[in-house]
Ligand binder design. Structure first.
Ligand SMILES: *[C@@H]1O[C@H](CO)[C@@H](O)[C@H](O)[C@H]1NC(C)=O
Ligand SMILES: *[C@@H]1O[C@H](CO)[C@@H](O)[C@H](O)[C@H]1NC(C)=O
Length: 422
C-alpha cells in the first residue's frame, strides 16, 4: 500500500481523479498528491463537463442503487446542493417487459408507474408541463433524482482539492505522454514537455484516454463517443418548461434535461453503444480514443435521432436548429462496472476509470469508495465489482456497456471521412 508521505501522481482531473485526490489529501492524510492534466479542471473535452448530468438511483444492480441513494443524500446536503437540481426523473419504455425498467421498478418502493389511458393525466398531475408523446407507453417516476451542474460541481471539487493541498500541473507539463516503468514497477510519467516526474505510485484516472498509456488492456476498457446536442430557448420558453423532469426513453437511449436556468438551453443526448475512432497507440496497435480537439461534429444519423428525441419530448421545439453538438467520450467496460484496482502485473499502478457513462452522479461519494479500493480496504463486494476481471470471470462476448440501461443502434466504428471531421 502506498505510504502517506511519498509522492502520488494522479493522471486526469475528471470525476475519478479529482474525487480521489481530494479524498486522499483532505481526509486520509496523504501529503504529496499531484494531479496532472492537459487542462485546468473542468477539462473541456472530458466526460465530466458541460452543464448537466443525470442524478438517479434507478439501477437494476442493488449495489449501484444503494451508492446512488448515498450520493443523492450528499448532493442534497449543503456542501453540494448549489449544483444539484432535484427535478425528478421520468423513464419511458414501450410497454413493460424491458428488463432494466422492470428491475428498477421492483428494486425500490416509492416509484410510481404510469400506464394505459391515464398515463398523460397522471404524469401531468406531477409535471403539468410535460408534453411528451406517451401513447401506448409506460413510464416510471422517481421524485428523488434530477440533474447536477457538472462543470460547476467539478470546479468546486478542484478548488476544495487544491485547498486540501493537492498540487495541480496543467498544460504541456501536465500532458502525460508515457508511463515510466522499471521492470514491473512504475517509476513515474513523462510529459509532453519532455520532463519526467517520479513517483512510486501512479493513478490512471484518464477516462477515455486510458488506452493511450496502457494499450494492452484487451477487453477491459474501450472508449466510445456518445452524442449530445443543445437547442436555445427564449426566457419565456424556459419559464414555461422550468419544472419538467429529466426524461429518458429506454427504447432509444435518448434522454433530455430541463432548460438550464442561466443559458436557457435544453440538452439532449443518447446513452447508447456509441462510436469508435481508430488511432495508433504507442505500441502501434489500433485503439479507439478521442482526438484532443473540440469539434462540433456528430454523425448524421445521430443528429437525426436526437432531433427525433426533441420532437418526442418537447413537440413544440421540433426542428429547432442546434446551438451546439459534440461527442462525449465514455470509457466503457464490458458490464459497465467501474475500474478501481491495481494493475495485476505492474507494481504501483492504480486505475480509477471505466465510468461507462454513469459515474458522474456518484461524484460526492466516489472518492471515498475509490480510495477504499486504493487502500485495499473496500467492502469485498465492491472490490470484486471494480477489479480487473479475467477472461473466465467476464466472457469476451459481452457487448461493451451491457448494464441494461442503454438503447439505440449497436456500436459502430466511424468511417475515415467521419473521423477526419473530429
Ligand atoms: C483484461 O481483460 C482480458 C480479457 O478479458 C484479461 O485476460 C486480462 O487479464 C485483463 N487484465 C489486464 C490487466 O489487461
Ligand atoms: C420512445 O421511442 C420509441 C421508439 O422510437 C417511440 O415509439 C416512443 O414514442 C418514444 N417515447 C417517448 C415518450 O418519447
Amino acid at each position: 500500500m502506498p505510504s502517506k508521505s511519498e509522492p502520488i501522481i494522479i493522471v486526469g482531473a475528471g470525476a475519478f481523479g479529482l474525487s480521489l485526490a481530494h479524498e486522499l489529501a483532505a481526509n486520509r492524510g496523504y501529503t504529496d498528491v499531484t494531479v496532472l492534466d492537459r487542462h485546468l479542471p473542468p477539462v473541456p473535452d472530458g466526460s465530466s463537463v458541460d452543464v448537466s448530468r443525470v442524478i438517479r438511483s434507478e439501477y437494476a444492480d442493488p449495489l449501484y442503487a444503494s451508492l446512488g441513494r448515498e450520493a443523492i443524500e450528499k448532493w442534497a446536503s449543503p456542501e453540494w446542493s448549489e449544483h444539484y437540481h432535484e427535478a425528478g426523473f421520468l423513464i419511458f419504455a414501450n410497454g413493460q417487459g424491458h428488463p432494466y425498467f422492470d428491475a428498477c421498478l421492483q428494486a425500490a418502493a416509492g416509484r410510481k408507474l404510469f400506464s394505459g389511458d391515464q398515463i398523460d393525466a397522471d404524469i401531468n398531475q406531477l409535471y403539468p408541463t410535460v408534453n411528451a408523446m406517451t401513447a401506448g407507453k409506460v413510464a416510471m417516476d422517481s421524485p428523488q433524482g434530477g440533474w447536477a451542474h457538472a462543470k460547476n460541481a467539478i470546479a468546486g471539487l478542484a478548488e476544495r482539492a487544491s485547498q486540501a493541498g493537492v498540487t495541480f500541473i496543467t498544460g504541456s507539463r501536465g500532458k502525460v505522454v508515457e508511463l515510466l516503468q522499471e521492470g514491473n514497477k512504475v517509476q513515474g510519467v513523462r510529459t509532453a514537455g519532455g520532463a519526467t516526474l517520479s513517483a512510486p505510485t501512479v493513478v490512471l484516472a484518464t477516462g477515455a484516454w486510458t488506452n493511450r498509456f496502457m494499450p494492452k488492456l484487451e477487453h477491459n476498457l474501450s472508449a466510445t463517443g456518445q452524442v449530445l446536442g443543445f437547442i436555445q430557448l427564449t426566457p419565456e420558453e424556459v419559464q414555461r418548461y422550468k419544472d419538467v423532469p429529466v426524461m429518458i426513453n429506454l427504447s432509444t437511449g435518448v434522454f433530455t434535461f430541463p432548460p438550464t436556468p442561466d443559458t436557457h438551453q435544453i440538452k439532449i443526448a443518447r446513452h447508447g453503444y456509441g462510436y469508435q475512432s481508430s488511432m495508433r497507440a504507442s505500441d502501434d496497435r489500433a485503439i479507439s480514443s478521442p482526438r484532443d480537439s473540440l469539434t462540433k461534429y456528430i454523425p448524421r444519423e445521430a443528429a437525426e435521432a436526437l432531433q427525433h428525441g426533441i420532437a418526442e419530448f418537447y413537440p413544440e421545439f421540433a426542428g429547432r436548429p442546434w446551438c451546439n453538438t459534440r461527442l462525449c467520450w465514455y470509457m466503457d467496460t464490458p458490464d459497465g462496472d467501474f475500474l478501481a484496482d491495481y494493475h495485476p502485473d505492474i507494481e504501483g499502478l492504480f486505475f480509477a476509470t471505466g465510468g461507462s457513462g454513469h459515474a458522474f452522479k456518484f461524484l460526492p461519494v466516489l472518492g471515498r469508495h475509490v480510495a477504499d479500493c486504493f487502500e485495499r480496504k473496500a467492502h469485498p463486494d465492491l472490490q470484486k465489482k471494480w477489479k480487473f476481471h479475467t477472461v473466465t470471470e467476464r466472457p469476451r462476448t459481452l457487448v461493451m456497456g451491457s448494464d441494461g440501461s442503454r438503447g439505440g443502434p449497436p456500436l459502430r466504428k466511424l468511417s475515415d471521412a467521419e473521423q477526419a471531421k473530429l
